[in-house]
Design a protein around this ligand. Structure first.
Ligand code: NAD
Length: 266
């Protein structure tokens, strides 16, 4: 059994991850870690999740959690994941990062940690979205810049970053298909007198509201026709399943930073 620790068990994804590990025949829950000062610290996880006592207390000591784990799954916040990447690499523990909203500086620190650590980082852990990434790259490579690419995403009202990590992955795939760098062509959230659309731009738009789990459209808008590639997530457990799959997959990998495209072999 692979011993898996979960970060942020009280969070939307954290709860799903705990359930996913509990349901697995291949993994066992070794530790759960919340931020210092959180109400759940030192409380029994089972009780905090609204069930019966299970004899596993929520902790706030990352080093102790790493010492008793083979993998740690982390859907928290950028500064938390960056610090954890360094510690997990030192401890030789595989690190699955589902967190989104990283700055370029954050990403280079994670890449540094992956020189010795084993990391899977993906803005979206679902099979469907990773397939969509592959399709987006292919369609963008086939169609010229006479097809305008716009990426529209929708998420629940609590999401703190925009555009979503998934939208950025899709944008990067479209840019790669066209042989350009996303940073040079991204047009994020237009407002006011923006002027006409520039040829080759990749546009991003973010809807926020209610309980959307995550929806992404990649639109290729040409003259007289539009192609729309769409993914709709209707259950968060989808991401937790992918994350656990990644944690198990990392057990036999060499140090490096991998994506779900690698894990899924797409
Ligand atoms: P959330 O706010 O519900 O949960 C975050 C959890 O992290 C909370 O329980 C919080 O207390 C905990 N946390 C914060 N600091 C911590 C620390 N220092 N140590 C341990 N725990 C800490 O958010 P969410 O909706 O679960 O999303 C979390 C992240 O995952 C976001 O970045 C979101 O965009 C991303 N996400 C990614 C995917 C994917 O497939 N990659 C899917 C869904 C969400």
């Amino acid at each position: 059994m692979v011993r898996v620790a979960v970060m942020g068990p009280s969070g939307r994804m954290g709860r799903m991850l705990v359930r996913q590990v509990d349901e697995s025949d291949l993994a066992t829950l070794s530790a759960v870690v919340e931020r210092s000062g959180h109400d759940w610290i030192d409380q029994d996880l089972g009780r905090m999740m609204g069930g019966t006592e299970r004899g596993l207390a929520v902790g706030d000591n990352i080093d102790a959690a790493l010492a008793q784990s083979d993998a740690i799954i982390d859907f928290t916040a950028p500064h938390v994941s960056v610090a954890l990447a360094q510690k997990a690499a030192q401890a030789g523990v595989a690190h699955v990062i589902g967190t989104t909203g990283f700055s370029d500086a954050n990403l280079s620190l994670i890449a540094q940690a992956a020189r010795t650590g084993r990391i899977v980082r993906a803005g979206n852990m679902s099979l469907g979205v990773n397939l969509l990434v592959t399709l987006t790259r292919q369609v963008a490579a086939v169609l010229g810049t006479e097809y305008d690419i716009e990426i529209v995403e929708a998420h629940h009202r609590h999401k703190v970053d925009a555009p979503s990590g998934t939208a950025l992955m899709l944008g990067a795939a479209a840019a790669e298909g066209r042989g350009v760098t996303l940073a040079d062509v991204a047009d994020r959230g237009r407002d006011g007198m923006t002027g006409a659309r520039s040829t080759g731009a990749i546009g991003f738009h973010a809807l926020r509201g209610g309980d959307y789990i995550g929806e992404h459209d990649v639109i290729f808008a040409g003259e007289g026709e539009r192609i729309v590639l769409r993914h709709v997530a209707s259950d968060r457990s989808l991401f937790a399943r992918g994350a656990l799959h990644a944690a198990l997959w990392l057990q036999t990998q060499e140090p490096g930073e991998y994506t779900m495209i690698d894990v899924l072999g797409l």
